[in-house]
Design a binder for this molecule. Structure first.
Ligand SMILES: [Zn+2]
Length: 170
């Protein structure tokens, strides 16, 4: 038996061209969105996938390494200090890269790995493709921002809960 932490370390050794990245790339090609660059060195943070001409960067984030807000995965049981420091570094590097890209006029699309699971994959990909088309439209370049793809925003969830409560009261 390999411990959970060891398994994650082993997975991290092949952090490029991961299975989720390959699935996203296949979906882009199927939608006719070709011409992307992989881990392009000239863009801050070397995005997993990017369209330099349209200034669109896509990050496919593993939930464990990048500390997914949806999954909230537990810390490994041993070497806690080591892991906390490591995760803090990862998260602040992600933030810095997103900021640098946005400041430079890029649209940053973030996809959490858990949004690519069976049952969610298709919806996440159609959201991704919609966001790419929107960011590619004329004039869109001035609205650089960071967008999380395929997730329901917390404020939307709150709104939905409020609406449900109101319905129940009737
Ligand atoms: Zn997640």
């Amino acid at each position: 038996m390999v411990s959970l932490a060891t398994r994650h370390v082993m997975q991290a050794n092949k952090s490029k061209n991961t299975k989720p990245e390959l699935k996203v790339r296949a979906a882009l090609r199927a939608a006719g969105l070709t011409g992307y660059r992989l881990h392009w060195k000239k863009a801050p943070g070397k995005p997993d996938i990017c369209f330099p001409g349209r200034k669109i960067a896509i990050f496919v984030n593993g939930c464990f390494w990048h500390r997914c807000p949806h999954c909230n995965l537990a810390l490994p049981k041993s070497n806690v200090d080591f892991w906390v420091a490591k995760f803090e570094r990862n998260v602040s590097r992600d933030e810095r890269d997103r900021l640098l890209l946005a400041q430079d006029g890029w649209t940053v699309l973030v996809i959490w790995e858990c949004r690519l699971k069976k049952g969610r994959f298709d919806a996440t990909m159609s959201d991704l493709i919609r966001q790419i088309r929107r960011a590619s439209a004329p004039g869109a370049r001035t609205q650089a921002r960071v967008i999380e793809v395929g997730a329901t925003a917390p404020w939307k969830l709150r709104e939905r809960r409020v609406r449900a409560r109101r319905r129940n009261r009737r």
